[in-house]
Design a protein around this ligand. Sequence first.
Ligand code: ZN
Length: 179
Amino acid sequence: MLKIVTDKVKSLRKKSFPCDLPLKEDEKKVLLEMLDYLRKSSNEEYCEKHKIRSGVGLAAPQVGINKRMIAISYSYDDKKIEYCLVNPKIIQNSLKEVALSNGEGCLSVPDDHKGYVYRSYKIKVSAYDLLQDKQIEIDAKGYDAIVLQHEIDHLDGILYYDRIDRNDRFKRKDNAVLI
Ligand SMILES: [Zn+2]
């Protein structure tokens, strides 16, 4: 099973390198393993049995590989969101912001860091998706946009608690919604 590194590991704070396309076999393998980890982690019994936490996204630096690859897997309202993105880039973002009212969490961060993590409410991401085997553009808003931004941050060595205002952890903003 993949080993997830925590925020005590220095490489998690490094900027990751872009991947050359087409992907190499070992890169494909690890990206699909990351997806597999997320799919399995959506099962509570599996998590208990293997002592892992459930997650909706995972970035390659979290498994010790500083390459610009992220996997995402979750479902809600009968909708399944799954991507294996390579070299994802945010090409548009709204001024309106959004944050999760319960704050964010991260498989690489064992401690709880309370506070609002404000991010763009709407974004457009360009990336190569291994699952569709093509270059795609994703229009995401709300929760979907939060997950993408959280994972893309990992590729630049940024963790969610870096974005919490330490002087006012639950600061409200006029241009932001809480979900
Ligand atoms: Zn994370």
